[in-house]
Ligand binder design. Structure first.
Ligand SMILES: Cc1cc2nc3c(=O)[nH]c(=O)nc-3n(C[C@H](O)[C@H](O)[C@H](O)COP(=O)(O)OP(=O)(O)OC[C@H]3O[C@@H](n4cnc5c(N)ncnc54)[C@H](O)[C@@H]3O)c2cc1C
Length: 467
């Protein structure tokens, strides 16, 4: 009897998982099930007026720990990359105190009055004997940052920024949120003489930032080897290219499809009933089921009995701009906005990592990601985005050719509450002991969050199967 493998979720992790399992089990039929009408998930592009292309906010593809996967990303996933290495991998800045710092992704406190700056330096020195623990040893984001910088810096500087970014206090956010927006280091010195002496101390080095990302000494480069972006503009190029490869491998791709029922017998999922455009289909003889999409929906599908608490979410709106002249962002690919009172979360300048974005869209294109509390809906989002980037002084009004708005959506926050809920769901699923069901998705509770973390996890899982 022919056996089938099903991969649920057509985001990039799902597509790559489908490819890897098909290569491993070439005699079995592989199905890829995607809820929406397009593949790629967050790693795809949006087209407006069949003319203009934008990515969903800012997404580069960063290298994995596994070398085999890195070769796969560079050669098989797509074949026309811009490859960014070392300092060019990720050029980021911060808007704070009415200033866009283009030299570092870390918060620069050197402009504070000297007595306050001295007080902060002394505090960080006194903490330098305290070892920084692993992320999952901290109860929440506030505790994590207090151990790095002390209570005073947390209350006066870091805490208000966390509240601005996520709409929740640091005590309610999970420490993993520190990996999304970098605030692990503070810039306290501008002169490199003092710095090189300080940076020989590892504990201080993990708390104090180097003031200029472009001249960071080689010995401080991170372990992340490279970042990839297609030479042509739009991650859709990668998705289209790789999607065709999946079809060539005879992987059956079901878009616009939801899973209605999973029929289980002897602790094994035997049959899936899926609904595609109001028609029901059965996928029988299931050998393995890989779940790569969010796990909240498994509560009903697997009947695990999770009593759901309210999930903390944040509203996100993307506003895209076409500009006649280059935005004043220097070499930055993107920057985060830490300024209180602004809804802007991040601004991305596509031209700085893909010159062809100008060729594709005819103008310089940028994306402004706005964040709102749930209560703050029905705003004139384009107006807000325009007013905020004018205040930031990164464009002139006359430079705007058009703006495009993507309808708002909400995403689950990395709050302690949500991560605990995910942990609970995962434990309930594992308790069910379903033999042919594999969770291959984001697992913030295990510090698996970024694309490269998920790919490393899934590659290791698939490698362990015998053919
Ligand atoms: C604010 C923020 C910033 C981030 N920044 C980065 C970053 O800088 N770098 C990085 O590597 N990662 C970043 N991430 C994380 C990154 O987005 C994820 O690692 C990656 O997109 C996860 O891929 P995924 O397949 O789980 O999700 P997606 O890319 O969202 O794909 C999931 C797919 O599954 C589909 N789906 C959902 N439910 C079902 C269902 N029941 N049945 C079938 N299909 C379903 C969806 O439609 C979608 O196509 C960020 C995330 C957030 C929220």
């Amino acid at each position: 009897m022919n056996k089938n493998i099903v991969v649920v979720g057509g985001g990039l992790p799902g597509m790559i998982t489908a490819y890897l399992v098909k290569k491993k089990f070439c005699n079995l039929k592989v199905y890829l099930i995607e809820k929406t009408n397009h593949l790629g998930g967050l790693y795809s592009s949006i087209d407006f007026e069949q003319r203009y292309t934008f990515d969903i906010g800012m997404h580069l593809i960063y290298s994995c720990k596994n070398e085999h996967l890195n070769n796969f990303l560079k050669k098989t996933l797509y074949n026309k990359w811009n490859i960014f290495e070392n300092v060019k991998k990720d050029i980021a800045g911060v808007f704070f105190n009415n200033n866009l710092n283009q030299k570092s992704p870390y918060l620069d406190l050197t402009n504070l009055p000297s007595s306050r700056l001295e007080k902060y330096k002394n505090k960080i020195y006194s903490l330098s004997k305290t070892k920084i623990k692993k992320l999952n040893k901290y109860k929440n984001l506030a505790e994590y940052f207090k151990s790095r910088f002390g209570n005073e810096i947390y209350t006066e500087v870091i805490g208000p920024i966390i509240l601005k970014l996520w709409g929740l206090k640091g005590e309610m956010m999970h420490p993993l949120a520190s990996k999304i927006v970098l605030m692990d280091r503070l810039i306290l010195y501008k002169d490199s003489l003092n710095l090189s002496r300080i940076l020989t101390n590892n504990s201080l080095r993990s708390r104090i930032g180097f003031p200029n990302q472009f001249s960071l000494p080689k010995k401080y480069y991170s372990n992340q080897k490279f970042a990839l972006y297609p030479k042509e503009f739009g991650l859709k190029n990668v998705i289209n290219f790789f999607g065709k490869k999946l079809i060539k491998l005879d992987i059956k791709i079901f878009k616009n499809t939801d899973i209605e029922t999973a029929k289980t017998s002897k602790n094994t999922i035997q049959t899936l009933i899926v609904k595609k455009e109001n028609q029901l289909f059965e996928i029988k003889n299931i050998s393995k089921l890989f779940w790569t999409s969010p796990i909240y929906s498994l509560n009903n599908l697997l009947d695990i009995g999770f009593k759901s608490k309210k999930i903390n979410t944040r509203e996100q709106v993307l506003v895209y701009f076409l500009l006649k002249s280059k935005p004043r962002m220097g070499k930055l690919y993107y920057f985060y906005c830490f300024e209180k009172g602004f809804n802007t979360f991040r601004v991305t300048n596509y031209y700085n990592y893909c010159r062809n974005s100008k060729l594709a869209n005819g103008f310089y294109s940028i994306c402004v990601e706005l964040h709102f509390d749930n209560s703050n809906l029905k705003k004139d989002y384009e107006k807000i985005a325009i007013s905020e980037i004018l205040k930031m002084n990164i464009i002139n009004k006359a430079s705007i050719v058009s703006t495009f708005l993507v309808s708002k959506n909400s995403f689950p926050l990395l709050s302690v509450n949500n991560v605990n809920a995910l942990n609970k769901i995962r434990r309930l699923i594992l308790k069910k002991n379903i033999k042919n069901f594999y969770l291959c998705n984001q697992a913030p509770e295990k510090s698996i969050f970024f694309l490269h973390d998920i790919l490393d996890q899934n590659f290791n899982l698939i490698s362990r199967f015998k053919k």
